[in-house]
Design a protein around this ligand. Sequence first.
Ligand code: ADP
Ligand code: MG
Length: 411
Amino acid sequence: MTTAVRARPDKTSTTMQLQVKHAPRRIPLNGIKDIAQSASDMLVDVRESMLAPHPRKNPPVFTTAQVGDLCRVDRQRMHYLARTETDLPQGTLRHSRSREFTLEETRVWINRIAPFAKRPVGVKAKTIAIGNFKGGVSKTTTAMTLAQGLTLFGRRVLLVDLDPQASLSALHGILADSEVADEQTVLPLIYGETDSLEYAVQPTYWDGIDLIPASAALFGAEFFLPFKQSKEKNFQFWNVLNSGLESLLDKYDVVIIDTPPALSYLTINAFMAADGLIVPTPPSALDYASSTQFWSLFSDLSQSMQEVAPQLDKSFDFINVLLAKVDQSQAATPIVRDWINKTYESLVLPVEIPTTAVTQSAAAEFGTVYDISKYQGSLKTYQRAREAYDRLAEIVDQQIVTLWLAEAEAK
Ligand code: ADP
Ligand code: MG
């Protein structure tokens, strides 16, 4: 930072300074730029410190080999494509003569080269709610990593943060307290001021993910929705989010909704808007016990919904129980995993997410496994977690593609 405009004590004229409180200092026209520079440097510093400890986030970069892996092509073909398909991004040449691709460039490659089925024309996004009435079971982490993983299958994802605690927004480096106004959340839709959520969609640091952020003010929905229902008989408190998302569904491949750890009015809206439901369930005895409560409350809710709205024709395309935060070192893990498998049978996804220091330390910096370009710790630990999350995204993507193709065929 330049100090051009700061008064410097002048050792030779101490007496002068004592007499003259503020001596005039001549500044030529071309000195103004120093003042401007000083001011703008300061603003940057201040803004950074105001945002701490939520630093602005940067997406990872990818090596040529990683881009090849994501496109499912081998090294030789990757080099061939880089030479011949000259309109594909060429990345940036780094020292040691290797190339580095930004996330955006990598996604251009994936969209062009990878063998993934595209969403058929005229078929809309699939909406997935991540739910469990217990906190700390990895709902938010699952929403974020699933969104990131799906973008690496070339999908465009809209994330909706419905938790007043706004952890999903924080994972995007967004400070819910100071950076999210009520009008930027789902609230105007909830309050009936508008009937489409389009106004609330923000781009994020991650190419392929847009976000509707949350703030503490979302608590207001819990009072407003039942109040409005009591006044207006024809109001459908459970359908507000569903109808607000409608006009966005042809712009995205997947919509993922993160919910608060409660059977709240917002959670009911998320479930009613969802085609698929993912319930992260750690294999610990306590989490297992509370997950059984989740299903019994959810069942009560389903029954009362049928009474309140007999015309409601709601079904889920899929419900997945996800073994999350699986700690191999815990003696109880295999036992509770067994209970979970016996209870939920085919609902349990054929992948489990390990508890990893990678996730924990990255979470301290408001990130996930996918945010890391070069992992500093044990590569094996990182790989294990990364492969689990990749597999989760792959399985969910397969379910979505199956539904898309069935829908396209039925048309
Ligand atoms: P929820 O949204 O259900 O409350 P979070 O996703 O916020 O849960 O996770 C709760 C805590 O557990 C967070 O600190 C998060 O970083 C951590 N966590 C989530 N998944 C993992 C994992 N696989 N390994 C280790 N820690 C995890
Ligand atoms: Mg959460």
